[in-house]
Design a protein around this ligand. Sequence first.
Ligand code: OGA
Ligand code: MN
Length: 205
Amino acid sequence: MPTDAHDLPLSNIVDDLAEQGWSLRPLFVPNALTLELADECRRRAARGALTPAGVGKAQEVREGIRGDRIEWLDAGQSAACDGYLALLDELRLALNRELFLGLEDYESHFALYPPGAFYQKHLDRFRDDDRRAVSVVLYLNPDWQPEHGGALRLYLADGSIRDIAPEAGSLVVFLSAEMLHEVLPTSRERLSLTGWFRRRGADPL
Ligand code: OGA
Ligand code: MN
């Protein structure tokens, strides 16, 4: 028996990333924590804290490319967020230990896709900033049905596609610079917590 309940899922994610460049863990996060994070996302939205997401390092808003609304996360804002950040730090350390990725920090935002919203096919690494190395998305939507749309579509290295439903508690992890992906149009409000493990930036001259 592993002494730490998270040992097994973490090593599965590490192995998946090394072998295929992506990983899906249904129920990575305990249900109670997922529900708290979903409530927090809705509260932030209700008080008007979520703003239209941008594209590229300059975060220029272009609704024809992505239609979600986001708010960046900071440590110390809520017990739920801090609990999730602690889980992800374990994952960061496991990736560094096993794959020598040198991941230094993590940035993340809540995202809400209103009905009709989508995010066109893209890579998560910016042209002018290559610090983002590993993308991590946690979904916050109980009882997601196929007819709600809103799947994350991954374009895999072998030419096939893989659609992932944004079901509460599922965690998707993939290599930011390599995995082309998109969010298909959703017909229902779609909540997530999306973030990136980043490598150290280039040293200033
Ligand atoms: C992103 C993104 C995927 C998703 O925010 O860059 O691709 O499933 N999100 O929400
Ligand atoms: Mn993306």
